[in-house]
Structures are given as structure tokens and as C-alpha cells.
Ligand binder design. Structure first.
Ligand SMILES: Nc1ncnc2c1ncn2[C@@H]1O[C@H](COP(=O)(O)OP(=O)(O)O)[C@@H](O)[C@H]1O
Ligand SMILES: [Mg+2]
Length: 261
């Protein structure tokens, strides 16, 4: 059955096709990425790219207009860079993870596995009730997910927010790290940059490197996450929390499920 789409979305669709063509010509996206974007587009996940909101070392993040399969107005599109060597450097996050252990060593494969891994990790986070973007779809090196933000504006990072209730926010984040751990996952890159503040509510983002707790370095990553988090709140707000007590609290959630949530 043909899907009906609104006029607005139809118009966006046509514009998308045109812009897409010119972007390949201008060399903004490589052809493979473009084909992948088109796939998300034809599956109704996105109906047009709006603008770029972050240029990272390993990925670029765009705000997109949602397609008719998504019940929100916007979608965040994270496009993992194929030309970067960062993924090879970070392959320990993949190799030690029993879910993704065997990857043939070509760059495309690493990037695609990384993207799939972030999608899978976000699914787990959502299932555990952790505040993080809901993943909508991935294909190749492109991931579509919920925008954390309001009225078309992505939320600022913790780093760029002056909190009124830093103690409460810290408790929230520790609670989320604990929930993740209880569900068998360690984020592995918790920082003031990877926490977005939607009003007073912190959301964790950037789950590509998150590993299941069977990963040989999972405890090391957990240690680093808690250390970085506590250090930031101490530096920015003078809050002193005991590392050992915080770790013990997080670990108390730990009924190991081998990452199969
Ligand atoms: N779901 C989202 N909602 C709103 N903004 C986002 C979302 N995901 C990413 N961003 C923005 O894009 C930036 C980079 O995304 P991130 O996933 O942290 O990628 P990187 O691996 O490049 O750090 C974030 O710091 C944030 O500003
Ligand atoms: Mg980040």
C-alpha cells in the first residue's frame, strides 16, 4: 500500500533530492554516504537535512526534518566519517565486545560496526529507562535518532550550561550510570560534553564506544567515567563526592546479564 505523505513532507522530499544531488557534486558527502542517506529518506526516517550542528573528529551531526515514519518533527543524523583513522585506533572498544568481536579490517567495516554499535547501545539504554536519545534507524555509517532539545533547538551540553541544582543533576547522572551498569553496559566516554541538558534534566549521548560489562576493560572504563564525572562537578561547582562510595553504589546494581538485555 502506498504511504501517504503530507504536502509539506512531499515538498521537502523533492528539495532533498535536489540538494542531495548538489551535495555530491560539491563533494560534501561521499557517494556511499549519500546513498545511505537516501535509504533513510526513502524509509521515512528523514525528509530533509536542515543544518549541521556539530563537526566532530569521527562524526558530523546534522539536524534533519523527520520523515513520515517518525512521530517527531526533527531527527538527529549522525554521520560517521569514513575517511578518519580514529576508528582503527579505537578498535579495542569493538574487539573486546563479545557482540562485535570479529570485524574484517577494512575501514568501512569498522565505521559501520561503530554505527551499528551506537544504535544497539542506545536501544539498550532506552530499554533500561536511561535518559538518552531513542535510536530510530541506522544504515551503513549513518544513524538517525531522537533530537534532545526543544522547539527545533538541540539542547546545550552540561559544559555549556550553568546549573541551578548541580547536586540533583549529578545524582541523576549517577543513577543513569547505575541503571546502565545494572543492564550490563558501561558508557565509557562520560564527560560534560556527552551530557545534554534539556532544561534541568540530563541526557547521556554518544554511545558508540559503550561496552558490555564482559568487555575486558569495562571496569577501567567505568572507573574513568565516574572519575571524570566527579572531577567535573568538583571543578565547576565545588561539589565533593566520594569516589569509592559512588562506585559501590553503581556496582550495587550489578546483576550481570552478559549484555543481553
Ligand atoms: N540526540 C541528540 N540531540 C541533540 N544534539 C545532539 C544529539 N546527538 C548529538 N548531538 C550534538 O552533536 C554533538 C556531537 O555528538 P556526539 O554523539 O557526542 O559525537 P562525537 O562522537 O563527535 O562527540 C554533541 O555534542 C551534541 O551537541
Ligand atoms: Mg561527543
Amino acid at each position: 500500500m502506498a504511504r501517504r505523505i503530507s504536502k509539506k513532507k512531499q515538498k521537502r522530499r523533492e528539495e532533498f533530492m535536489l540538494k542531495e544531488k548538489s551535495k555530491v557534486e560539491e563533494g560534501v558527502f561521499d557517494t556511499k554516504t549519500m546513498l545511505t542517506l537516501r535509504r533513510l529518506f526513502s524509509h521515512g526516517v528523514i525528509s530533509g537535512l536542515e543544518f549541521i550542528i556539530a563537526v566532530g573528529k569521527e562524526a558530523d551531526v546534522y539536524l534533519a526534518a523527520a520523515g513520515d515514519k517518525v512521530r517527531e518533527e526533527f531527527v538527529i543524523v549522525k554521520i560517521f566519517r569514513v575517511e578518519t583513522t580514529g576508528f582503527i585506533r579505537r578498535k579495542e572498544y569493538i574487539i573486546g565486545d563479545p557482540r562485535f568481536g570479529k570485524v574484517k579490517g577494512n575501514l568501512y567495516n569498522y565505521v559501520n560496526v561503530w554505527c551499528k554499535k551506537e544504535y544497539g547501545n542506545l536501544k539498550i539504554a532506552a530499554a533500561l529507562g536511561v535518559r538518552a536519545p531513542v535510536p530510530y534507524a541506522f544504515s551503513g555509517n549513518v544513524l538517525g535518532m531522537q533530537m534532545i532539545g526543544e522547539e527545533g533547538h538541540p539542547s546545550p551540553s552540561l559544559r555549556n550550561t550553568r546549573l541551578g541544582n548541580p547536586d540533583g543533576v549529578l545524582d541523576y547522572v549517577i543513577e543513569d550510570i547505575r541503571k546502565l551498569y545494572g543492564g550490563g553496559l558501561v558508557h565509557g566516554d562520560i564527560s560534560e560534553y556527552n551530557i545534554l541538558m534539556k532544561g534541568n534534566v540530563p541526557y547521556l549521548i554518544d554511545f558508540g564506544q559503550a561496552v558490555v560489562i564482559r568487555h575486558p576493560h569495562a571496569m577501567e572504563f567505568l572507573h574513568r567515567d565516574i572519575t571524570n564525572l566527579l572531577a567535573y562537578f568538583e571543578r565547576a561547582y565545588g561539589i565533593k563526592r566520594d569516589y569509592d562510595r559512588t562506585l559501590a553504589y553503581v556496582l550495587s546494581a550489578g546483576k550481570e546479564r552478559n549484555g543481553n538485555v
